[in-house]
Design a protein around this ligand. Structure first.
Ligand code: HQG
Length: 185
């Protein structure tokens, strides 16, 4: 990986940490919808070891492989599009999902998922995707990847609400085990 790419990836991880999980680490306040004032983020981060500037952050927002961040319409604020563990309200509207969605997990979790369904754990939602290769990479972070197919159509019919983040990740409160099949091919 080239030095510039490496630097951008490292800053992207740092921004995910601050904006999804721990703005307090640098004394930053987010509003109820998870937005931080960009100048404030830069100023506070720069009192620590991280060197950030406006141009670098905007480059990351534009080029990030999963489009993890958004800049507000006014151009002055930034937030993470999904993945939070802190209490914020993204304000997403529930929409009709595709018939089938995928979730990538690790083999060691399967017995527990078969028993309890998919749980959101520390995050606000269970994360689902339409993309098999993304699901595989996500599952592979925890061990041997397994792809699960979710019958989103049946879930929606049964009253579950689905949301889609600004970067295309599908979000739902939980997935009970009867909607999950492990026979993805
Ligand atoms: C598993 C990435 C046992 C679940 C991705 C997962 C995603 C259970 C792990 C985002 C379970 C939680 C989130 C149960 C769920 N028993 N294990 N009942 N229910 N699990 O990281 O979905 O790169 O919190 O299968 O693209 O893996 O960060 O969630 O393996 O959108 O932008 O418990 O992270 O995005 O792990 O990933 P996580 P996730 P970013």
């Amino acid at each position: 990986m080239k030095a510039m790419e490496k630097q951008l990836k490292s800053i992207s991880k740092y921004l995910s940490y601050i904006l999804r999980h721990n703005p307090g680490a640098i004394g930053l306040a987010l509003d109820d919808a998870g937005w931080a004032v960009l100048d404030e983020l830069i100023e506070k981060a720069n009192t620590t070891v991280k060197r950030l500037d406006d141009e670098l952050i905007r480059l990351i927002v534009e080029t990030n492989d999963k489009q993890r961040f958004s800049i507000s319409e006014c151009g002055l604020m930034i937030r993470a599009n999904q993945g939070h563990s802190i209490e914020i309200e993204l304000g997403l509207l529930s929409i009709v999902p595709p018939k089938v969605l995928l979730h990538g997990t690790a083999e060691k979790f399967i017995a527990s998922i078969n028993r309890d369904g998919l749980r959101k754990r520390n995050r606000h939602h269970v994360h689902l995707t339409e993309n098999a290769s993304t699901a595989k990479v996500v599952g592979g972070r925890y061990g041997k990847p397994v792809l699960l197919s979710i019958d989103a159509e049946a879930m929606q019919r049964d009253g579950f609400e689905f949301y889609q983040s600004a970067n295309g990740v599908w979000l739902v409160d939980e997935v009970p085990s009867q909607y999950i099949s492990t026979d993805y091919v």
